[in-house]
Design a protein around this ligand. Structure first.
Ligand SMILES: *Cc1c(COP(=O)(O)O)cnc(C)c1O
Length: 393
């Protein structure tokens, strides 16, 4: 018996929407890769939990999936949206941001050299440094200094890893300039775009080759999933290696996590704009507060990389760091008086979080002792400022 395979109700919608560059991010976030389910008519994609897919009598797989480690409808939809949001050719989804970082680094060969930033997500520095055991060589360089980056280039340099704004000091580096240096050396530029999200920064349009995301953060947006992604500008030979390792290693997100992430992505542009407006209000308030030593935020005109920010960022984003007068003790005591902000790591969720960074990063931390990292949520900015005011009083 041959069972009928339902034809897609709107064939082509998946990729035609993606290729239509006249569409805005808001529209792509909702429609790219999506169509009502052809079998049930469900407007929201059903969660497909099946680990395996039926093969047709002619040995083909009519819906394109054969086994869930290799691919699944929820993951396919997610990857289509992620590629559309970053303006890339393809995306690969992972079980965490760190798994995505690992996949990009593991695509390099022994003997190759990576230039990584001094100030970066702690776990990224660990993943990159750990690969020295496999014969990779790594230079950690202050990437705000382009001459230092040029000086670090070796004949074997194949990747410049970029994180801007950086974690936790919100330093900003020039993506276009770093991509140019990378390309001149025969290397690629990879940008961790987790903090700004595609709403705040479009690295591929600035010359980067690969974008990495911890989708745990703004893309998910509700602090209820762990995920990661890589997005490539071109589906080249390197990408083929990354794609096959994604399927072979299997550090993939579950169907439910893909579905949850898609649900978050639908509202991404609106959420990130609101996060950014709230963060600017909080940063401007704290910048003049007598108990605050420094505010690190790309939206402040006092930021040392103002010219680059205006050139490459679309929004300053929802993340900032503050240094509290009186050292670690005063900083931690302040967090203990807050009522709306939650003391927790991570970022990008609807709720505001605050974190003493040095004590969580361990011995090789670069975070100052009095530094608190703040993820500004979607509460009313007046309430957030009020909470900070009473905690600093
Ligand atoms: C959280 C984060 C990561 C790591 O992602 P996980 O999903 O926690 O593995 C990498 N880079 C940045 C900038 C992050 O904020």
């Amino acid at each position: 018996m041959t069972r009928p395979v339902a034809a897609p109700t709107r064939p082509g919608v998946l990729f035609s929407l993606m290729a239509d560059s006249s569409l805005h991010l808001e529209t792509l976030a909702i429609h790219a890769g999506h169509r009502p389910d052809p079998i049930t008519g469900a407007v929201t994609t059903p969660i497909v939990l099946s680990s395996t897919f039926e093969r047709a009598p002619d040995l083909s797989y009519p819906a394109g999936h054969n086994y869930a480690r290799s691919g699944n409808p929820n993951r396919a939809e997610l990857e289509t949206v992620l590629a559309a949001l970053e303006g890339g050719a393809e995306a690969a989804a992972y079980a965490s941001g760190s798994a995505a970082t690992y996949a990009a680094i593991a695509a390099l060969a022994p003997g190759e050299h990576v230039i990584a930033p001094l100030d970066a997500y702690y776990g990224t520095r660990q993943v990159i440094a750990e690969k020295e055991r496999w014969g990779l060589t790594v230079s950690f360089v202050d990437q705000t200094n382009l001459a230092a980056v040029r000086a670090a280039i070796r004949p074997t340099t194949r990747m410049i890893w970029i994180e801007t704004p950086s974690n936790p000091l919100l330093t900003v580096t020039d993506i276009a300039a770093l991509a140019e240096i990378a390309h001149a050396a025969g290397a690629i530029a990879v940008v961790d775009n987790t903090w700004p999200s595609p709403v705040g920064q479009r690295p591929l349009s600035l010359g980067a080759d690969l974008v990495m995301h911890s989708t745990t953060k703004y893309l998910g947006g509700h602090s209820d999933l762990t995920g990661g992604a890589l997005v490539t500008r071109t589906a080249d030979e390197r990408w083929a290696r990354i794609r096959s390792s994604q399927k072979e290693v299997g550090a993939i997100p579950s169907a439910f996590d893909c579905w949850l992430l898609l649900r978050g992505i639908r509202t991404l542009p609106w959420r990130v704009r609101a996060h950014s407006a709230n963060a600017l209000a909080v940063a401007e308030y704290l910048a003049t507060h007598p108990k605050i030593e420094a505010v690190h935020y790309p939206g402040l005109t006092s930021h040392p990389a103002r010219a680059i920010i205006e050139k490459q960022m679309l929004l300053p984003g929802g993340m900032l760091s503050i240094q509290v007068k009186g050292g670690m003790e005063a900083a931690v005591a302040m967090t203990n008086r807050l009522k709306i902000f939650t003391r927790a790591t991570s970022l990008g969720g609807v709720e505001s979080l605050i974190e003493h960074r040095q004590s969580i990063e361990g011995p090789t931390t670069r975070a100052p002792a009095n530094l608190l990292r703040v993820s500004v949520g979607l509460e009313h900015p007046h309430d957030l400022k009020g909470d900070l005011e009473q905690a600093l009083a």
